[in-house]
Design a protein around this ligand. Structure first.
Ligand SMILES: Nc1ncnc2c1ncn2[C@@H]1O[C@H](COP(=O)(O)OP(=O)(O)OP(=O)(O)O)[C@@H](O)[C@H]1O
Length: 239
């Protein structure tokens, strides 16, 4: 379980982007963060991942305060995996090499076994194992990015717009991949998304952010079926 408690953070000392952000994700939940451009969704993920330090408030993971820990410590010792929105695979490296990067500090035997597991989970990785990531489609690259972050078996996975730039059909394949790993490995997933309705369909709960704070929260199915919420926050489309 992760608890974000009244977190204030930003890129410079003068400007707060997160202005007292409070939210949580329970074990093995898929929680989606929605909201308009610039409201702080990516900044929140970067703060949880350790790229930014909270000026105020705390981030608690499994009961431990991880607020001030740097990125590498969070990946290696706290079980936090992060898939950024762009540049999330190494195009010139093969699928195998990308996965090796994700598991670089695992003992070699463990890394090999983990790669095999992930190739079972996502057969496209096995198919393209020795091909460069550059030869993969957008959806395949997204699945590779997901698998790379999964190499060290994180308990918490942070996904920044996994559907960015994907067609509606491919988007659903990537969302299926996310749902599958939650089911198989009980990983907690905190995901930023612009495709609100599609993301809510695979989510347990969601938070709608506005100007650095939480404007609204609820169960995904309740948010989807509330016409006022749909109109105000989710683009007004029917569920
Ligand atoms: N590296 C940075 N340095 C300074 N300001 C930044 C940086 N990255 C983002 N910001 C600013 O922080 C604010 C929040 O940006 P953020 O990327 O978190 O928004 P977002 O909700 O993820 O938006 P989007 O949906 O467009 O990705 C914006 O005003 C943005 O200009």
């Amino acid at each position: 379980m992760i608890i974000i408690d009244h977190v204030v953070a930003g890129y410079s000392a003068e400007v707060d982007i997160l202005k007292g952000m409070t939210l949580k994700a329970e074990h093995a939940e898929i929680v989606t963060l929605l909201g308009p451009n610039g409201c702080g969704k990516s900044t929140l993920l970067k703060t949880i991942a350790g790229f930014l330090k909270p000026r105020e408030g705390s981030i608690t993971l499994q009961g431990k305060d991880v607020s001030a820990l740097p990125v590498h410590h969070k990946i290696r010792h706290c079980g936090i995996g992060f898939v950024p929105q762009t540049e999330n695979v190494f195009s010139a490296l093969t699928v195998r090499e990308n996965l090796q990067v994700g598991g670089h500090y695992l003992p070699e035997r463990d890394a090999r076994a983990r790669m095999e597991e992930l190739c079972e989970l996502y057969p496209v990785l096995k198919l393209k194992f020795n091909a460069p990531a550059a030869s993969m489609s957008g959806g395949e690259r997204q699945i590779l990015a997901l698998a790379r972050a999964l190499m060290p078996r994180p308990g918490l996975l942070l996904l920044d717009e996994p559907s960015a730039g994907l067609s509606p059909k491919v988007l659903l394949e990537v969302f299926d991949a996310i749902r599958e790993v939650r089911a198989k490995e009980q990983v907690t997933i905190l995901m930023v998304e612009q495709n609100a309705m599609e993301a809510l369909r695979i989510s347990d709960r969601a938070y709608v952010l506005s100007m650095g704070t939480v404007a609204l929260t609820g169960r995904a199915d309740e948010l989807m079926s509330d016409s006022q919420v749909r109109e105000l926050y989710l683009g007004g489309r029917a569920a």
